[in-house]
Design a protein around this ligand. Structure first.
Ligand code: NAD
Ligand code: UDP
Length: 337
């Protein structure tokens, strides 16, 4: 059985669908601080069977011990954590407690139970503003926020753990910009309040929940002046976790891989693609740059291709089509969320 912490969240729920579809038994552990338990039913509707679910916090050692005692866990995929960059600047202790201390408690409970296999959700934010694009795993750490530094700390903790005990099997996956939704439309990104990220903001404008999109700067040194990112379909990202588990099943190791497409798109290109996929017009206004934004980054995904045998298969049109399907379904079925 695979334990998925944070499995009710955006990326976790898509990964649980793929794990179940591939024949795995799955136990989701989530404190529901940023998700809804209804996602379990919607995952079951897609996969044809439900994962098990425990409402618990990764900081609760007793609850973790009970989980490891009651189930034969082979591996952990660890998504649980807080992820809002701006919030991490305002509340750093909360971020270090949840993301770093929470992971320490989880790793301790795993070691005590003899479970030494983990896939960890890291982020391209550990690179900060990279000097070279595409960004490879060899780029130096330059995280620019407490959130990014919490990811770096957990990465270094995992490297030290492997150095001390090389029986561990560890995959650190650095995600670029996860977007899109499951093509069934039953699960997708469901942010609380005003979205910070581009794609959920665009979909909320398209459905009429917000009047217009603010484009944060059109004077960057990029072809159309707007920021460039590597947008990766969340189903491709989910499949990257299955590929990582397969790689870990071969032998003890500690690997670090970027999960991105290798292709960058500007904000204006995303808006154009979304208008085409949805048939909706997205009113935009150009505002000033957002503090902390970098002009351009995208992944060098070649290590994931050679080491994990994984590449992203879905492009920007698929991303926009699936994000729009999800937003339309969610707006029409609020009682199911
Ligand atoms: P999400 O907020 O949708 O999912 C995280 C889940 O973890 C939520 O269901 C939340 O309730 C749960 N959770 C949080 N703290 C917990 C705790 N202490 N105990 C138990 N459950 C807890 O976020 P997501 O977008 O699915 O991200 C998943 C992981 O991927 C996070 O670690 C995030 O930092 C990382 N990541 C996300 C992105 C992105 O853009 N979405 C990019 C890079 C990395
Ligand atoms: N962006 C924007 N308007 C928004 C949200 C984001 O123009 O309302 C831009 C942002 O400046 C960046 C890109 O869209 O160039 C992706 O931003 P997002 O917050 O989604 O991801 P991140 O900054 O974490 O890469």
């Amino acid at each position: 059985m695979i334990l998925v912490t944070g499995g009710c969240g955006y990326i976790g729920s898509h990964t649980v669908v793929e794990l179940l579809s591939a024949g795995n038994e799955v136990l989701v552990l989530d404190n529901l601080s940023n998700s809804k338990v209804s996602v379990i039913d919607r995952v079951a509707r897609i996969a044809g069977r439900a994962p098990r679910f425990v409402k618990a916090d990764i900081l609760d050692r007793k609850a973790l011990d009970e989980v490891f005692k009651a189930h034969r866990i082979e591996a952990v995929i660890h998504f649980a954590g807080l992820k809002a960059v701006g919030e991490s600047v305002a509340q750093p202790q909360r971020y270090y407690e949840n993301n770093v201390a929470g992971t320490l408690v989880l790793l301790d409970a795993m070691a005590a139970a003899g479970v030494k296999q983990i896939v960890f959700s890291s982020s391209a934010t550990v690179y900060g503003d990279p000097e070279v694009v595409p960004v490879s795993e060899a780029a130096p750490y330059r995280p620019a926020s407490p959130y990014g530094r919490s990811k770096r700390m957990v990465e270094e903790l995992l490297f030290d753990l492997y150095a001390a005990d090389p029986e561990w099997r560890i995959a650190v996956l650095r995600y670029f910009n996860p977007v899109g939704a499951h093509p069934s439309a039953f699960i997708g990104e469901d942010p609380n309040g005003v979205p910070n990220n581009l794609m959920p903001y665009v979909t909320q404008v398209a459905i009429g929940q917000r009047p217009e999109l603010s484009i944060f700067g059109d004077d960057y040194p990029t072809p159309d002046g707007t920021g460039i990112r590597d947008y990766i379909h969340v189903v491709d990202l989910a499949l990257g976790h299955l590929a990582a588990l397969t790689a870990l099943s071969d032998a003890p190791t500690c690997l670090v891989a970027n999960l991105g497409t290798g292709q960058g798109y500007s904000v204006k290109q995303v808006v154009d693609a979304f208008e085409k996929a949805s048939g909706q017009r997205i009113p935009v206004k150009i505002t000033g740059r957002r503090a902390g934004d970098v002009p351009c980054y995208f992944a060098d995904p070649s290590y994931a291709r050679t080491r994990l045998g994984w590449t992203a298969q879905r492009g920007l049109d698929d991303i926009c089509r699936d994000a729009w399907r999800w937003q339309s379904w969610a707006a029409a079925h609020p009682e199911e969320l």
